[in-house]
Design a protein around this ligand. Structure first.
Ligand SMILES: [Mn+2]
Length: 331
């Protein structure tokens, strides 16, 4: 992102008074961190602001927010602020999406309701769907871009720093992915200097599993299969597994990285049953396999080494479709 673009974002935030922030559906640490960082920033600027999301606030990020979550609709949640919770969106509310690469990723209910005024994102596969669009593919996380905005406004504090750190920590897989740059570490150094407790945040995000989640882990590992000379590994998370372990789809997000943890594996696939004959796919790849390109074949997208898509059909059909595409990329 150029300095001018950062100044443009600051200018827009300064001249509007009433905001709605929307992260992508099934929000991850970067989507939550970005939303809360902007939320805290706008509060400091004495602006009205609320966060709407197409899915509930993930439990393992609750340490970032003292706000409660209110259900506004079958699918839409608000991270409740001082604002009156309601689904009515007034004309003077400026709608900002964060970490959203495509309109569809707002979630099926929210995307029908809103037009996005401004978008801040870092996905390679980002499509322009808003009036103002700020995309920086070189940023490891959307919160890296938000850091520049907050710094430029001279409003960085510990609350905001925690949110920014969470986005970077999760989107870099704990600083392990190739998206980490010298700038990532420079930003993190500044965040630690103002008091971010990195081990507390890591413990909350990576090492706070429940007994139920461990049971689900056990079932999911039982589904592990190998393909193409062990260059590809696949796990499946079914509704039956979740039922038997007393978990839900929120508990099933942490499995995407497991297949690629195996030494020989270049493509790790996790397939989660979302509905009858409808599956969500997460791909994790090693270079030179491009996960985003692979998922785009099915209408999805993401990053070079981490991407996702959704496919309809029976589990066997879905497996075949994905493996077919993977095979083309491997040979
Ligand atoms: Mn992100």
């Amino acid at each position: 992102m150029t300095n001018q673009q950062i100044l443009d974002i600051c200018e827009i935030l300064s001249c509007k008074d009433n905001f709605i922030i929307i992260p992508h559906s099934n929000p991850d640490g970067d989507a939550i961190g970005s939303s809360l960082a902007i939320f805290n920033l706008l509060k400091k600027m004495s602006k009205k602001c609320r966060i709407l999301c197409n899915d509930p606030f993930p439990k393992n990020f609750e340490f970032l927010s003292k706000n409660s979550v209110k259900k506004l609709d079958d699918d839409i949640f608000e991270l409740a602020s001082s604002y009156d919770s309601n689904l009515h969106i007034s004309k003077n509310e400026f709608i900002l999406s964060v970490d959203v690469a495509d309109r569809d990723l707002l979630g099926k209910s929210l995307k029908k309701l809103v037009n996005i005024d401004m978008s801040i994102d870092h996905h390679h596969s980002c499509k322009i769907f808003s009036t103002y669009s700020f995309v920086d593919e070189s940023a490891s996380a959307t919160t890296e871009i938000i850091y520049e905005v907050v710094k430029s406004l001279k409003l960085l504090d510990l609350e905001i720093a925690k949110c920014i750190y969470t986005g970077i920590l999760t989107d870099t897989g704990g600083f392990r992915h190739p998206n980490v740059t010298p700038k990532t570490h420079e930003i993190v150094a500044q965040l630690l200097k103002i008091g971010v407790n990195n081990s507390f945040i890591s413990k909350n995000i990576f090492d706070s599993k429940t007994k139920e989640q461990m049971k689900l882990n056990y079932f999911v590992l039982g589904s592990l299969e190998f393909f193409f000379d062990q260059k590809c590994a696949m796990i499946v998370i079914t509704k039956k597994m979740m039922l038997e372990s007393n978990t839900n789809k929120e508990d099933a997000h942490c499995f995407s990285c497991i297949p690629r943890q195996i030494k020989s594996v270049l493509v790790g696939i996790s397939i989660r049953e979302e509905d009858e004959n409808f599956y969500k796919i997460s791909l994790r790849t090693e270079n030179p396999i491009n996960a985003a390109n692979l998922c785009e074949k099915f209408g999805g997208g993401g990053h070079i080494n981490a991407a996702g898509c959704a496919i309809s059909g029976t589990l066997e059909d879905v497996k075949k479709k994905v493996l077919n595409e993977v095979k083309k990329n491997l040979y």
